[in-house]
Write a protein that binds this ligand. Structure first.
Ligand SMILES: Cc1cc2nc3c(=O)[nH]c(=O)nc-3n(C[C@H](O)[C@H](O)[C@H](O)COP(=O)(O)OP(=O)(O)OC[C@H]3O[C@@H](n4cnc5c(N)ncnc54)[C@H](O)[C@@H]3O)c2cc1C
Length: 439
């Protein structure tokens, strides 16, 4: 893959990752006479907070993903490149994309994070995590297929295992997945099956810590716990998973048979940070300076989920959330802009500020009319929190088409308790053990 230099005099700013951080950094450079290269291994920007809705058949993949090229169609100084960056060469001031070197004047790494199975990567096969569109459609496939398998299963034990769903990890993703799965099984699809009673499906949420949504206030955590239980989710707290197999999950002495296990318990930063040769934290995140640059290389920044950064005002670590990545992207974009403008005026570079994070609060949804919100000291639950959650997510979707598509899908689901994207894609062979019943 080659990145053409159209203007050899122009400064070249390379941004790795077209997620929340990368897009926000590139937008901040609008109208500057520089070359901005946004490089991503996927051709689309993904709105990860709504991925669980694709996994649970409420939304289609295209509702929450938008081509990066389209996002920058009016920003003429941006070139978008599809490719995987495999190395950063700091001494040569270049990155390598599929073995080819591309030089930079400034580099912004915003390559995000991936799942961590805490050293048990063999669990990935049985317990997929949720990070990409492929993960979401695979989870949707497994979830919907489980009901099809149960419908034609004659052995009660095997049928019960088909209808048992385990979610490991009770952070926002785990709670949202568990709530949506319970809602579908217990409220949305019971009338669609003839042999099975889908209201008997078990959704079990396993959490190693003492409460669900541990990063939110105790009040919100308690409200979320109650709302999950009201949907029929079984919650196991202070419980560590010790083994995940094809047929279930072991937690110490206890074994729970389940055909479907989902992993929402841990993340680690993109391995790209390792090639910088600077200090990383335990999750593989790059420990950055207060201005989000890396030690001894003021022209190289790391932002978003890939960075271990602290807020200069509070001293607290910046959380791995979309707001942290967007604010980090805008912050480094401004630094680059100011330094470029100073250079154009033949002035020395202005002093850089330290990054401060503006915490806009936390939201999590559990199901229809069920959510919690924790913002600016106000704690809400139920319908008011659900309305705020829905409005904020629609507001932050990257394009107008997605906003309209998501709003319409949600109105439909809300009014008719229907999930329009209940499609089993990919391989879906199941063993039919009894003749179909038609009424
Ligand atoms: C299921 C789920 C639910 C979430 N829910 C919420 C929520 O409700 N609220 C919230 O605020 N946050 C939520 N988050 C977290 C939020 O999505 C992340 O904090 C945010 O996406 C981080 O932005 P980023 O730019 O650092 O990385 P990302 O948005 O992950 O973008 C990284 C980009 O880099 C690309 N990339 C990676 N490696 C390479 C490479 N080597 N070469 C080229 N390109 C590469 C990827 O393809 C990707 O496009 C959720 C995350 C997940 C997974």
């Amino acid at each position: 893959m080659g990145i053409n230099v159209t203007n050899k005099e122009a400064e070249r700013i390379l941004i790795v990752g077209g997620g929340f951080g990368g897009v926000s950094a590139a937008k901040e450079l609008k109208d500057l006479p520089v070359e901005v290269g946004v490089i991503d291994r996927r051709n689309y920007h993904l709105f990860q907070p709504l991925l669980y809705q694709v996994a649970t058949a409420a939304l289609n993949p295209s509702d929450i993903a938008s081509p990066i090229r389209r996002i920058f169609r009016h920003q003429k100084n941006v070139g978008v490149f599809l490719g995987e960056v495999d190395q950063v060469d700091l001494s040569g001031q270049c990155i390598r994309i599929d073995g080819e070197s591309v030089p930079f004047d400034y580099l912004v790494l915003a390559a995000g994070a991936t799942h961590s199975y805490f050293g048990n990567d063999q669990w990935a096969k049985y317990a997929p995590g949720l990070k990409t569109i492929d993960d979401a459609t695979e989870i949707r496939r497994r979830f919907l297929l489980a009901f099809e398998a149960a419908e034609v299963e004659t052995d009660p034990e095997a049928r019960s295992a088909c209808l048992t769903f385990i979610v490991v990890g009770a952070g926002p993703t785990g709670c949202e997945l568990a709530g949506a799965m319970a809602e579908i099984a217990h409220n949305i699809i019971p009338a669609d099956f003839r042999h099975i009673d889908t209201t008997t499906a078990r959704v079990i949420l396993i959490e190693g810590g003492p409460r669900v949504l541990g990063a939110m206030s105790e009040k919100c955590s308690k409200a979320a716990h109650e709302q999950l239980e009201s949907l029929g989710v079984e919650i196991m707290l202070n419980t560590s998973v010790t083994e995940i197999q094809e047929d279930g999950v072991r937690c110490g002495e206890t074994f729970v048979a389940a055909q479907n296990v989902l992993w929402a318990a841990g993340v680690k930063a993109s391995p790209l940070g390792e090639s910088l040769g600077v200090e990383l934290d335990r999750s593989g995140r790059v420990i950055v300076n207060p201005d989000l640059s890396i030690p001894e290389h003021p022209n190289v920044f790391v932002i978003g989920d890939q960075a271990a950064a602290k807020c200069a005002k509070t001293g607290k670590p910046i959380p791995g959330v979309a707001q942290g990545a967007m604010q980090g992207g805008a912050f480094v974009g401004k630094i680059i802009r100011k330094e470029f403008e100073a250079k154009q005026r033949s002035e020395s570079s202005p002093k850089r500020n330290a990054f401060t994070y503006f915490d806009k609060g936390n939201l999590a949804t559990i199901g229809r009319n069920k959510a919690v919100a924790d913002a600016f000291g106000v704690k809400l639950k139920g319908l008011p929190a659900w309305i705020i959650w829905a409005a904020v997510h629609i507001l932050f979707l990257v394009n107008f088409r997605s906003k309209v598509a998501v709003a319409i899908s949600w109105c439909w689901t809300y009014l008719f308790s229907d999930r329009g994207a209940r499609l089993i894609t990919g391989k879906s062979k199941i063993a039919i053990k009894r003749p179909p019943k038609f009424e």
